[in-house]
Design a protein around this ligand. Structure first.
Ligand code: GLN
Length: 540
């Protein structure tokens, strides 16, 4: 069977859930016995997402190989349970960089290099290379942005060219949005019709339309879209808002999305197996006890925090559901504690707190105060990357009895740099080589047998994904260890401290890595699981 490609494009507006739709299509086809791969194409000229502000553009997701990618790769991993790497992520910047590099190497044999077809050809080459590496029977390629955007044109052109060369192997899904203006109370399909027309003008007709809306689309709307867009009614599907994103695919399956896509492709399902997923979805819906987790962070200044901390939120969800609890996530802006320490009292209402990753000084003093408070009040604490550094600083200030203990990132002149710049980073920073140069991707750690972490992982050797420039300063290891900070995990090759734990505390753990990237709905991350267990225990 020749490999098939499904391009997922957005219509009407962004942020309607193309990522979750693409991930769901991947999972559905996988459950029907096909090997799949998911690719995200982002239109920006950045080489990767590593240099983009998370508060505006969402979390930077890190793959095993250290790719710093769009958050959608996280959705793909959580749904299909397959690791995504560099091949799963394409940006305009990567495409141009490669074409220009090849031109400089005389690889175009004296021809002039043209935006069309050379740029679309490189996009196609990348998609096919990912397909080959994954041996995927069906490759789902999601385009960021919305049809009609200028920057999407070359990607649409690539998809059109591939369709023209392989008409039987290429399919298009339009994820559109159907608004219901509150004054009318009636769902409107015209914006979707315009989106289809715009797509048509790029030489592409959608094979399926997923109608995102706050409610299911009515039969009459389906009829209208069907007539205007020359598409069989069964290929127009409802995608209403759901309780949890993991229900999206079950909703799609209610309308037999998998069967209809496979039929269009001329394929037959080898099996259907979504039993575990359905059981999980039912379980989640029937939970009634609650657990309250505070996230002490600072990237709260734009739209929702959901995009910025999506993997952390999902990891909390997975672990809470595992314990039959519904997570109540509370956003706590660390900056306010700096001028109003009395506000720290709000932490008493939390069953546990998380200090997630972050960069730069703003808000970090408030985070250190929160870590200190959590230690004294025995509130379960989980520090992720920056959160581990914050915890270490809080301990150092207590143990060394000096307020000047800090990280060189936050105070370059600190007399007690308990967190310091990694040796290999010094030159990079001096030369302003910021993009893609952090300590990135999977690194091993060896755990201390008598530790909370060992209890959680039930293994001595682990591997987790990293993204940071600063590290625990080993000069302070002895004094901190002697005074109640357990060194629970160390990188065996480079002797870097990866996990710290508070000895005199029910559950206070800081990890230099990002466990949130490896949690799955049906397989919560062991550390999140134990953190949530401690939080639920505190309630009692
Ligand atoms: N800013 C810190 C560092 O670079 C922590 C990074 C993070 O939280 N991802 O080391």
């Amino acid at each position: 069977m020749p490999p098939k490609y499904i391009f997922v494009v957005g219509g009407v507006m962004s942020s309607v859930g193309k990522g979750v739709a693409s991930a769901s299509i991947g999972k559905i086809l996988q459950s029907r016995g096909f090997t799949v791969a998911n690719i995200k194409c982002d239109m920006y000229v950045n080489i990767d997402a590593g240099t983009i502000r998370p508060a505006e553009h969402g979390e930077v997701f890190v793959g095993e190989d250290g790719v710093e990618a769009d958050q959608d790769l996280g959705n793909y991993e959580r749904f299909t349970n397959q690791d995504c790497v560099r091949d799963n992520y394409i940006t305009t910047g990567q495409v141009y960089q490669e074409v220009i590099k090849r031109e400089r190497n005389l690889e175009y044999g004296g021809e002039d290099v043209e935006v069309v077809p050379d740029i679309p050809n490189e996009i196609i080459r990348r998609i096919k290379s990912c397909q080959k590496k994954n041996k995927s029977e069906i490759t789902i390629v999601e385009f960021g942005g919305t049809v009609g955007e200028y920057q999407l044109l070359l990607f649409l052109e690539a998809a059109r060219m591939l369709k023209w060369k392989e008409p039987k192997n290429v399919f298009f899904v339009l994820v559109s949005y159907l608004p219901t203006p509150s004054l009318l109370g009636e769902q409107k399909s015209k914006p979707t019709q315009y989106a289809v027309r715009t797509l048509n003008s790029a030489g592409i007709s959608p094979d399926f339309i997923l109608c995102r809306a706050d409610r299911p689309v009515s039969d009459s709307i389906k009829n209208t879209i069907s007539t205007v867009c020359s598409l069989d009614k069964e290929r127009i599907m409802s995608a209403p808002d759901v309780y949890s994103i993991y229900d999206v695919l079950l909703n799609f399956e209610k309308e037999n999305l998998g069967g209809i896509i496979l039929k269009a492709m001329g394929l037959k399902a080898k099996q259907t197996d979504l039993k575990d997923w359905r059981t999980f979805s039912e379980k989640v819906k029937n939970i009634n006890k609650e657990v309250t987790i505070g996230i002490v962070g600072k990237y709260f200044n734009f739209k929702s925090c959901r995009d910025t901390y999506i993997s952390v939120i999902e990891s909390i969800n997975h672990a809470a559901w595992w314990h039959n609890a519904k997570p109540n996530i509370v956003w706590l802006d660390s900056e306010k504690y700096e001028n109003h320490p009395e506000e720290l009292k709000e932490l008493d209402k939390m069953d546990g707190i998380i200090v997630p990753g972050g960069f730069g000084k703003r808000g970090t003093e408030g985070m250190i105060m929160a870590a200190d408070y959590a230690f004294r009040k025995k509130i379960p604490y989980f520090g992720l990357c920056l959160g581990m550094q914050i915890m270490t600083i809080a301990f150092a200030r207590m143990i060394l009895k000096t307020e000047d203990a800090n990280s060189t990132e936050l105070d370059a002149k600190t007399k007690n740099p308990v967190i310091s710049t990694m040796a290999e980073q010094k030159k990079l920073l001096k030369e302003k080589h910021y993009g893609g140069t952090m300590r990135l991707g999977a690194c091993p750690a060896k755990l201390e047998k008598k530790s909370l972490s060992f209890e959680a992982y039930k293994a001595e050797n682990i591997s987790e994904r990293h993204r940071h420039r600063y590290e625990f300063n080993n000069d302070y290891r002895d004094v901190l260890e002697r005074n109640g900070l357990r060194i629970a995990g160390v990188n065996p090759e480079r002797n870097l401290v990866e996990i710290v734990e508070a000895e005199d505390h029910p559950w206070m753990v800081g990890v230099q890595f990002h466990p949130e990237f490896k949690s799955r709905p049906l397989a919560p991350h062991p550390l999140f699981k134990e953190f949530l267990r401690a939080a639920i225990k505190k309630q009692k």
